[in-house]
Write a protein that binds this ligand. Structure first.
Ligand SMILES: Nc1ncnc2c1ncn2[C@@H]1O[C@H](COP(=O)(O)OP(=O)(O)OP(=O)(O)O)[C@@H](O)[C@H]1O
Ligand SMILES: [Mg+2]
Length: 246
């Protein structure tokens, strides 16, 4: 689904470039659930923004669903993003002038979903995230955790093929955080490809692969051998494979 080839991003400081991402090579298959970890400032958000087509690198190639992203016209690229990608931002990025209801509805407007369908879909999201009572409030009237839930609802409403989530549970309490991770796991089982950035080891383990960034480079790229992974491997085969992993 995704292939990043030799992606580098830098800013020029004095005579030397200061690398934010350095020679990132990454392939992501459809159906994966990836967790990106790494210290603050290691480039996690920048990498996620590049994957989400919200930021351009200085160098490198990006192929998304067999299309060369940097050779596309801006309009086509934006269409690709709107159709296939849901993004949960680290700093929420809700639209201040719109209510909770309107914020969640926004991605559906880009896809020309009819009014009665939009109403039903937003109502479903408000219900799922238990924020029905907040639907007419503006972002500034919400707590950080509530804004985060609205951001997640907005990212999911248009049923994206790829969900990119930057610290999606950073402002939630532990129960809410766990519920979001369970929801992501469920979506992933239904076929949504997920890439999340997290500082939490526990949340990272929901993923099937963990990528560690350090100083803008991929330091480790590790397949998780958790139950989900085993399940996938043994499903079409037989029990011999279980023995290999236990
Ligand atoms: N537009 C920019 N101009 C200058 N420096 C930038 C820019 N964007 C990011 N950086 C720098 O790139 C580095 C990586 O930033 P990034 O936001 O990707 O880190 P992060 O791993 O997401 O950190 P955190 O865990 O704190 O969110 C930081 O040192 C940051 O200051
Ligand atoms: Mg970040």
């Amino acid at each position: 689904m995704i292939e990043l080839k030799h992606i580098s991003k830098w800013i020029n400081q004095g005579s030397k470039p200061n690398f934010i991402l350095k020679d990132i090579n990454l392939k992501v298959a459809e159906g994966e659930f990836i967790s990106i970890m790494g210290p603050s400032g290691s480039g996690k958000s920048t990498l996620l923004n590049v994957i989400g087509m919200l930021d351009n690198p200085n160098e490198g190639e990006y192929v998304f669903m067999d299309q060369d992203v940097y050779k596309m016209k801006e309009k086509q690229r934006s269409q690709l993003y709107k159709t296939h990608i849901g993004f949960v931002f680290q700093a929420y990025h809700l639209i201040d002038e719109l209510t909770v209801y309107e914020n969640i509805e926004t991605p559906l407007l880009y896809q020309d979903v009819k009014l009665f369908e939009r109403k039903a879909m937003v109502a479903d999201m408000l219900d799922k995230f238990q924020i029905v009572g907040k639907k007419d409030l503006f972002p500034a009237q919400l707590s950080g955790g509530q804004q985060q839930l609205v951001g997640i609802a907005r990212a999911l409403i248009a049923k994206p093929k790829l969900l990119l989530a930057d610290e999606p549970t950073g402002n939630l309490n532990s129960k809410q955080g766990e519920e979001i991770m369970e929801l992501f796991t469920q979506l992933n089982k239904e076929g949504v490809t997920i890439i999340q950035v997290t500082h939490s080891e526990k949340n990272a383990e929901y993923g099937t692969r963990i990528i560690h960034l350090l100083d803008g480079r991929i330091e480790r790229n590790k397949e998780q051998r958790n139950e989900k992974h085993i399940e996938r491997i043994i499903c079409p085969c037989n029990n011999i494979y279980i023995l290999l992993f236990i």
